[in-house]
Ligand binder design. Structure first.
Ligand code: HEC
Ligand code: HEC
Ligand code: HEC
Ligand code: HEC
Ligand code: HEC
Length: 302
């Protein structure tokens, strides 16, 4: 099943890349976890809360409803994207006898998959980005936003958003550990580069960062110098005119490139990835293929 899923991924990425936001396609009954299996697959709702879209396969199978195919309940999900199609009716075929109880506990249904879901709830991010943006910051495009968001658990914003043209000595490596808290199971890479090995502690996480080497000196590309100014901005934001806001925001983003989805995935998920997967410790065979999915995320070995 897993292998089958992995084989499917390239096709999926092609869809992302070629058809961008307008694509709609029917999918097979079992294909849901192809996309939903990843911890950190999440979006921010307007209310400020996080909606986790991850479903852990093993935990799902072990759950009281684990024998049912996803579509037995999610009947309305027939194409991608399916934003806003969460609603499930539990009483048309099942739960006829306890119908009333189910209908009145609608709120509890929102937590239906809670035990099968994981996301990062807080990350002590040293960058200025984290002052203004949440860890799951992508919200615009409903096909890619949740996928982009899952990456922020294993790489810094700068890895994707840095203006790269003038940086000649770029490299991508693991950065020292950061303190993290999780909802559900801890996940990600618990790797401490200083010790050269994975740590058993689940309270921290390592992420891939961008470095620039100039005259033999390697410098971490993370905006820490704007942190105080960013906090001050947040405090005074309401009293600023639109022009002042734009001017200040432009300064905070002066090293930041807006990305185009059409090129964004290929930059890493291709033969000529900007990342050196082997050096980063990803499975060598996988690194050669277009998609690198067998990297051990458990943190036992890297
Ligand atoms: C091609 C990848 C993909 C496949 C396959 C897929 N999903 Fe999704 N699903 C997503 C993404 C991405 C989102 C988040 C959309 C967004 O950002 O609004 C999502 C959102 C959802 C939501 C929440 C909808 C909402 O906005 O309230 C449910 C429920 C869901 N999927 C169930 C399923 C089920 C059941 C299947 C299988 C029948 C399935 N998905 C197959 C990618 C996929
Ligand atoms: C027994 C019925 C049932 C089955 C089977 C089921 N779900 Fe759900 N699912 C629900 C309910 C109920 C909700 C919450 C609906 C709501 O918020 O109103 C939900 C919500 C979701 C969401 C939105 C996130 C959330 O937690 O609210 C996703 C994503 C999702 N399901 C994916 C799946 C996938 C993938 C499978 C198969 C592996 C699956 N579901 C199987 C009942 C089911
Ligand atoms: C002082 C607060 C603040 C800081 C610091 C900040 N941002 Fe932003 N950022 C914003 C706001 C507000 C917007 C939305 C602006 C808009 O709609 O024009 C935004 C927009 C963006 C966009 C979208 C740009 C576009 O043109 O659509 C990206 C990408 C981004 N930020 C990345 C970053 C990264 C990476 C960092 C860290 C280096 C960062 N931001 C630091 C507040 C901030
Ligand atoms: C894996 C690469 C990747 C990483 C890591 C990443 N981004 Fe993005 N980001 C993108 C791409 C691609 C887009 C364009 C998406 C679109 O056009 O909808 C984008 C768009 C954005 C936008 C504007 C569009 C939106 O969806 O709101 C903001 C704001 C943003 N990123 C902030 C951040 C911040 C803050 C971080 C770090 C916490 C970050 N990004 C990390 C790839 C990435
Ligand atoms: C800067 C490099 C980079 C970019 C850009 C990028 N990815 Fe990734 N992506 C990675 C790495 C590295 C992993 C492997 C993480 C792991 O296995 O721990 C990954 C893993 C994934 C996974 C599997 C998650 C997992 O934990 O195994 C999916 C799905 C994915 N990427 C989708 C996308 C999509 C869709 C885009 C474009 C919108 C994209 N990626 C852009 C680097 C990138």
């Amino acid at each position: 099943m897993r292998n089958f899923i992995f084989k499917l991924l390239p096709t999926l990425f092609c869809f992302f890349i070629l058809f961008s936001t307008t694509v709609c396609f029917a999918m097979d009954n079992e294909g849901c976890l192809t996309c939903h299996q990843y911890p950190g697959l999440a979006i921010h709702k307007k209310s400020g809360t996080v909606k986790v879209l991850h479903i852990d396969e093993a935990k799902y199978i072990g759950s009281p409803h684990g024998e049912l195919a996803c579509k037995e309940c999610h009947k309305k999900i027939v194409k991608v994207p399916h934003t806003g199609v969460s609603e499930v009716d539990c009483t048309t075929e099942c739960h006829q006898k306890d119908k009333e109880k189910i209908v009145t506990s609608k709120k509890a249904l929102n937590n239906f998959h809670k035990k099968e879901q994981s996301c990062i709830t807080s990350l002590k991010d040293r960058s200025s980005c984290g002052i203004c943006h949440p860890l799951y910051p992508h919200s615009k495009d409903n096909i890619v936003r949740a996928f982009l968001n899952l990456h922020t658990g294993f790489m810094l914003c700068e890895v994707c958003h840095m203006k790269k043209d003038e940086l000649k000595g770029l490299s991508y490596e693991w950065m020292g550990s950061e303190t993290a808290a999780f909802s559900g199971e801890p996940f990600g890479t618990h790797f401490n580069p200083e010790l050269g090995k994975a740590s058993k502690s689940k309270n921290f996480i390592s992420r891939i960062a961008a470095f620039d080497t100039k005259k033999g000196k390697k410098q971490l590309l993370i905006n820490t110098w704007d942190v105080a100014k960013a906090k001050a901005y947040i405090e005074t934001e309401k009293s600023l005119t639109p022009v002042e806001k734009t001017r200040k925001l432009d300064l905070f983003h002066k090293d930041i490139a807006k990305k185009k989805i059409s090129v964004a995935c290929n930059e890493c998920h291709s033969e000529d990835s900007i990342l050196d997967y082997k050096k980063l410790g990803f499975d060598e065979k996988k690194a050669k293929g277009p998609y690198i999915l067998e990297h051990k995320r458990s943190g036992n070995k890297i």
